[in-house]
Design a protein around this ligand. Structure first.
Ligand code: URP
Ligand code: ZN
Ligand code: ZN
Length: 461
């Protein structure tokens, strides 16, 4: 009898496969965009396309749970990466999925806002979904929360600040929205800073002529973050609503997360590479405006505490909060008038590999947890995404651990003319990136259709 040997669509041979719990020598057979087989050896196996991954580390594709592509910050300015340029840069950074946000627009429904963003995101080259931004607790909004959660968009973003931009919810509204999201099986994402503290600080600083970028950090102190985290965590605990705190930037905020977890609050916490690897000294001097983001960069002691928060897994995910602007657009006489946000999708992996894994602050298992598995679990994508199980999407990133490269905005693909990590020599750059079984980045080349990304509808809790 003649036995016909199976030929995989893509065979990735003899790499070191890392999951959240194991590292093993592995050959991956991929069919129809899914992980079809995991073999110990490659002998006798064949693929239509084959990659020799010997010497390479293979991770699940990175999932960035927090990006802002084409974010309008005023009537004439948007963050500089479109979905097309931003998703391409993200792919070069080893990302295979991202989650962006809807844009609140007066006179439109949440559904309209989502549809507008879905239309814009059709130019993405990797897979994507959206968190729904909620800025009121009207009966119409509450009805839409249930509907959109049911339609596959069960994550809702609230702000405890940005009152002047019409984004902030009052405490009464927060309670109502939390209960509604809980009933819809959803999760709340919260930007946590106490509005009254920030507004009063800003007013006093500006009055005294303290308008330079460094004063942004004084206007938004650690206590503003900690107070708001404590408040929403209490609410989450009381209402038993799943809560995801975005961009934790301080030791004080981290302590509130730790305390909430200790009492059983269903809370998940994110930090960002810039809060780990940069401190507020970057805000001093003539280039300080290029490092303006909200919350601001903090003390070096906060960076150290956040690394410990990751090592001890008090923090759960790492997102980029990617929101770049050209240097000319970041310039403003007063810090309060500058557009906030920095770039990050292309450097997340090398920064975490270099400053985390190579310094023993993070294990490779933790890198996989924080950047793939935990975001996928939090936002209803697991195990289609964030896992390397049989049947999972074949989203993978291959790293040559021996390769190093110096960060230079000119060599990177993000649509912005500087980089906050410019000049740093980093390891852990992606060598090849595979999305649903298709090689999308190969060495320095982008080798796929620019618009091949798909919209992901997600499960609730
Ligand atoms: O400064 C930032 N992070 N801009 C983006 C919006 C936000 O608050 O995350
Ligand atoms: Zn935010
Ligand atoms: Zn953000």
């Amino acid at each position: 009898m003649k036995v016909t040997r199976m030929k995989y669509d893509l065979l990735i041979k003899d790499g070191k496969l890392v999951t959240s719990t194991s590292i093993s020598n592995c050959t991956i057979g991929i069919n129809n965009g899914k992980i079809f087989a995991l073999h110990k050896h490659s002998i006798g196996l064949e693929g239509e396309q084959e990659i020799d991954a010997s010497g390479n580390i293979i991770l699940p594709g990175i999932i960035d749970p927090h990006v802002h592509f084409s974010l309008p910050v005023n009537p004439t300015l948007k963050s500089s990466d479109s979905f097309e340029s931003g998703s391409k840069a993200a792919a070069f950074g080893g990302m295979t999925t991202f989650l962006d946000f809807t844009t609140p627009t007066i006179g439109t429904t949440l559904k309209d806002q989502l549809e507008t963003r879905i239309e814009e995101a059709k130019s993405s080259c990797i897979d994507y979904s959206f968190h729904i931004v909620v800025t009121d607790a009207s009966p119409t909004t509450l009805g839409e929360i249930s509907h959109l959660a049911h339609e596959g968009f069960p994550s809702f973003k609230i702000f405890t600040t940005y009152g002047s931009r019409g984004l902030m919810l009052t405490d009464d509204e927060l309670g109502i929205v939390f209960n509604q999201v809980k009933d819809a099986g959803g999760i709340i994402l919260a930007h946590c800073e106490d509005e009254s503290l920030v507004v009063e600080n800003q007013r006093a600083l500006i009055k005294e002529g303290h308008i330079a970028p460094e004063f942004h950090a004084d206007a938004r102190p650690a206590i503003a973050e900690a107070e708001a985290i404590a408040r929403v965590a209490l609410l989450a605990g009381n209402t038993k609503t799943k809560l995801y705190v975005v961009h934790v930037s301080t030791k004080m905020g981290l302590l509130k997360i730790r305390a909430a977890k200790a009492t059983g609050t269903p809370i998940i916490a994110e930090t960002c590479p810039h809060y780990l690897s940069l401190n507020r000294e970057m805000l001093n001097g003539p280039k300080g405006h290029l490092y303006l983001m909200t919350p601001p960069l903090r003390e070096q002691s906060d960076c150290t505490s956040l690394w410990t928060g990751l090592t001890e897994e008090v923090l759960d995910t790492i997102g980029t909060d990617h929101c770049p602007f050209y240097q000319k657009d970041k310039l403003a006489e007063r810090f309060i008038d500058a557009p906030m946000g920095v770039m990050g999708v292309e450097t997340l992996l090398p920064i975490l590999y270099t400053d985390g894994v190579l310094t023993d602050r993070l294990t490779l298992f933790q890198l996989v947890k924080f950047c793939s598995e935990n975001p996928a679990r939090a936002f209803g994508l697991f195990p289609q995404k964030g896992a390397l199980e049989l049947g999972s999407d074949a989203d993978l990133v291959l790293i040559d651990p021996k390769a190093e490269k110096i960060v230079s905005s000119e060599d990177l693909h993000m649509n912005v003319d500087y980089n906050i990590f410019e000049g740093r020599n980093l390891s852990g750059w992606p060598l090849k990136v595979i999305s649903r079984g298709e090689i999308i980045v190969d060495g320095g080349d982008f080798v796929c259709d620019a618009h091949r990304g798909i919209l992901l509808r997600r499960k609730g809790h």
